[in-house]
Design a protein around this ligand. Structure first.
Ligand code: GLN
Length: 231
């Protein structure tokens, strides 16, 4: 990809399904907080974007290998990732929670001993689950997207899964047969990522646009379109 053409279209990778941040709506249109933020900022700051639904881990790897210009995918700003990527200003707070099937009697990490837990490849919530795995003595099974991970728990193949609180809250609210049983473990904030030292102009424009959206109420409007203020 050319990095010098001022008129270039930036290719932005995202997840396939991570509602309310990115997902296909009833009309099969790709929407969500991330999508609306990126498109609105691009329009206002005068740059073009081509958003590609690659899956979370695939998007991060595509960014790392220089195939795409940025990732917006409910991606947590973590110290580990900051070694490889430059992040925008934080735009959404998150935390990691554990969810179990609606009828499950698993209530805490302690109940996971000897059981199978579903995690999503390359995610911060997976890293969190792995960090407590030894202590609580569970095994893991991995998935590339959140939907398949949730279904594995609903179907009873695994007893629990770990994902971000805003995403699992939205899933439960929209009918996924899961319940959240833990308080969020601190997950910091989401940010838009580019390769370290690259696409700095894009990053600056994103930050400038984000500040403007926060100031004039558009950011709030976008969030409220997907997440009711009561949740
Ligand atoms: N928020 C999680 C992370 O940063 C997962 C993102 C996602 O699955 N789209 O790793």
């Amino acid at each position: 990809l050319s990095k010098v053409n001022a008129d270039k279209t930036y290719t932005i990778g995202t997840d396939v399904t991570y509602p309310p941040f990115e997902f296909a709506n009833k009309n099969n249109k790709y929407v969500g907080i991330d999508i609306d933020l990126m498109k609105t900022i691009a329009k206002r700051e005068g740059f073009k974007v081509n958003i590609k639904e690659l899956g979370f881990n695939a998007a991060v790897q595509a960014l790392e290998s220089g195939q795409i210009d940025g990732v917006i995918a409910g991606m947590g700003i973590t110290a580990e990732r900051q070694k490889i990527f430059d992040f925008s200003d934080p735009y959404y707070k998150t935390g990691y929670v554990m969810a179990v099937a609606k009828n499950s009697n698993i209530k805490s990490y302690k109940d996971l001993k000897g059981k199978k837990v579903a995690i999503k490849t390359g995610t911060a919530a997976a890293t969190y689950a792995q960090s407590i795995q030894k202590k609580y003595g569970f095994t893991t099974v991995t998935f590339d997207d959140s939907d398949n991970m949730y279904n594995d728990v609903v179907s009873g193949n695994s007893v629990a899964c770990f994902d971000d609180s805003p995403v699992l809250q939205y899933a439960v609210k929209t009918g996924t047969k899961l319940k959240i049983v833990t308080k969020p473990a601190d997950g910091g904030y989401y940010g838009f990522a580019v390769m370290k030292g690259e696409n700095q102009k894009l990053l600056r424009l994103f930050n400038k646009g984000l500040r403007a959206l926060k100031k004039d109420g558009t950011y709030k409007k976008i969030v409220n379109k997907y997440v009711s203020s009561s949740s």
